[in-house]
Design a protein around this ligand. Structure first.
Ligand code: AVJ
Length: 327
């Protein structure tokens, strides 16, 4: 490791609130006890899952990341103007940091950056890289499940305002109730003067959406199935990976992609002393990806005490960014 990287790592004081195996087992047992069976999608992102997700973003069918990046590039000046200068950027999740790079680069003199990310590898990689590139921005990473309340590390230099950044349409991976809870917690994090920049995938031709979640190369299928591999390794479950098949369907009336793992045969899966029977063809729900219209998103935000002050879409209305502030 070279000296600059070592320094950036050492400077990035880590708050570690990672989920422990007992939390994961409890979540898995609760989900498998429900009807229909479910598993929480937040556990997709171990090191391999994060790698597979990056690979998804490079698939030709998966337009979301490409379109959002181009949108940020095209509209950054206008976004920076709306947000103002000297902000503490708090990102819910951290991903590869490419969007964060555009944001930190485009904003006027941001003072600090706090990613809140469940995958420690993704978190440290991102602040190590960003810390080198943005030496004037204090890196204050928090390793935690961002759906739980987290108290923000304070920046050495006082910020004018807190900007919550939540790109990628990750909000869509939560049910309406969970999304509202998350938006409320963003509202708490930003305070009365703060704001949030949120990426949302827009409702469109179902064929385009379904192709994005069923890529030809099978990367999304591998990503979904990796959840089972991770559970087997971390909580000692005995899922047979080739006993399940990936399926993603756009439910038009609910405007969301529903991703399932379909049991190929009748089988029993064990976690400790718990046994779960699957019928042949039985579906287990593992992820939703909500799509939005202007009306549906504004209504969701309103239920969390937030209002949309600015909006930017790409030229084809595939993907949007919305700036919110307390209502
Ligand atoms: C995490 C919201 C960016 O739902 O589109 C991609 C995750 N799942 N392909 C999404 C995902 C399957 C993704 N986001």
């Amino acid at each position: 490791m070279n000296a600059a990287i070592a320094r950036a790592r050492a400077q990035a004081a880590l708050t570690d609130l990672r989920p422990q195996p007992d939390d994961i087992a409890a979540d898995a047992i609760a989900g498998l006890s429900a009807a229909p069976k479910t598993l929480p999608s937040k556990y997709f992102y171990d090191a391999e899952g994060s790698r597979l997700f990056e690979a998804i973003t490079r698939q030709p069918e998966y337009y979301l990341t490409r379109v959002e990046l181009a949108l940020m590039e095209a509209q950054m000046a206008s976004i920076a103007q709306a947000v103002g200068d000297g902000v503490h950027v708090v990102e819910f999740g951290s991903g590869s940091g490419r969007k964060t790079e555009l944001l930190l680069d485009g904003l006027q003199a941001p003072v600090a950056y706090t990613p809140i990310e469940i995958s420690r590898t993704a978190l440290m990689d991102s602040v190590t890289r960003l810390g080198q590139e943005f030496s004037d921005v204090q890196m204050l990473p928090v390793c935690a499940d961002f759906t739980r309340p987290v108290s923000l590390p304070r920046a050495d230099r006082p910020a004018q305002r807190t900007l919550v950044f939540f790109p990628g349409s990750t909000l869509g991976n939560f049910s309406d109730d969970e999304a509202i809870r998350l938006l409320r917690s963003m509202r708490d994090t930003m305070g009365d003067d703060g704001c949030a920049l949120i990426g949302i995938d827009l409702d469109k031709d179902p064929a385009i959406i379904e192709a994005a979640y069923n890529d030809q190369a099978g990367v999304t299928a591998a990503f979904t199935l990796n959840l089972l591999t991770r559970l087997n390794r971390e909580i000692g479950s005995d899922f047979e990976i080739d006993g399940f098949r990936h399926r993603a369907v756009y439910a038009r009336e609910r405007m969301r992609i529903e991703t399932m793992l379909v049991s190929e045969r009748a089988q029993t899966v064990r976690i400790g002393e718990h046994a779960f029977d699957f019928g042949a063809g039985e579906v287990m729900h593992v992820e939703i990806s909500q799509k939005y219209t202007d009306a549906s998103f504004s209504a969701l935000a309103a239920r969390a005490g937030l209002r949309v002050t600015h909006g930017w879409n790409d030229g084809n209305d595939r993907f949007g960014l919305r700036l919110l502030q307390p209502a």
